[in-house]
Design a protein around this ligand. Structure first.
Ligand SMILES: C[S@@+](CC[C@H](N)C(=O)[O-])C[C@H]1O[C@@H](n2cnc3c(N)ncnc32)[C@H](O)[C@@H]1O
Length: 195
């Protein structure tokens, strides 16, 4: 099932107010240079990028991209938006200073291939910044996530509640420089750099 862009923004509104707004502001506000955002969705991060960054966003969902286009226009924020998957990025090697992904690695079909693509398009020592919900450190919480994920994937456009994105990033060509935990480790802010 593919989520509609208007529904997504409505569902996220209370979450944004509660804490995502602050996480986005902190993570995205320190992006620099040529920036690629993966799974840009409806453009929820657009207000937080420093004005001097040169921004490109990709997403496979045209409805989301249209919403991001409208938001960028309303903000007067130049951005290049393209329909693409994180697993096959239509960009040259070493072409970005920063790659951003927020609430995306739970959903990409092949996270290892997507990480390999992020590594390929980042310049050496480029920044990789993520906000992701992940498999919880608490065994009971993780067990519940394992049980719910098969159903949740169908309801929420392929979203996995139990993906260990931090370990995947650490094991696939990135040095993790900082991790901030929220909600008992359910949500992580991850800052890494390409090795
Ligand atoms: C939960 S939404 C997050 C949207 C936005 N990043 C945010 O923070 O609000 C997940 C996004 O990932 C996108 N997505 C799903 N599969 C993807 C893939 N293989 N490559 C890139 N983006 C993908 C979806 O279309 C959707 O826009």
């Amino acid at each position: 099932m593919t989520m509609h862009a208007a529904i997504y923004d409505g569902v996220m509104r209370p979450v944004e107010k509660l804490f995502m707004h602050e996480l986005r502001r902190r993570l995205v506000g320190t992006a620099r240079g040529r920036v690629l955002e993966l799974g840009i969705g409806t453009g929820a991060n657009l207000p937080y990028y420093p004005a001097e960054t040169e921004l490109t966003g990709i997403d496979p969902n045209e409805g989301f991209l249209e919403r991001a286009r409208q938001r960028a226009h309303a903000l007067g924020r130049p951005v290049t938006l393209l329909a693409a998957h994180a697993e096959a990025l239509p960009f040259a090697d070493r072409s970005f200073d920063t790659v951003v992904a927020t609430l995306v690695f739970c959903t990409v079909t092949d996270p290892l291939q997507a990480l390999s693509e992020v590594h390929r398009v980042l310049k050496p020592h480029g920044q990789f910044k993520l906000i992701e919900h992940v498999r919880m450190p608490n065994p009971l919480g993780a067990r519940v996530q394992d049980l719910v994920t098969p159903l949740w994937k169908h309801i929420a456009s392929g979203c996995h509640l139990n993906r260990d994105t931090l370990s995947l990033v650490q094991a696939n060509g990135f040095q993790v420089e900082s991790v901030r935990e929220h909600l008992n480790g359910l949500i992580l802010e991850i800052e890494a750099c390409a090795l």
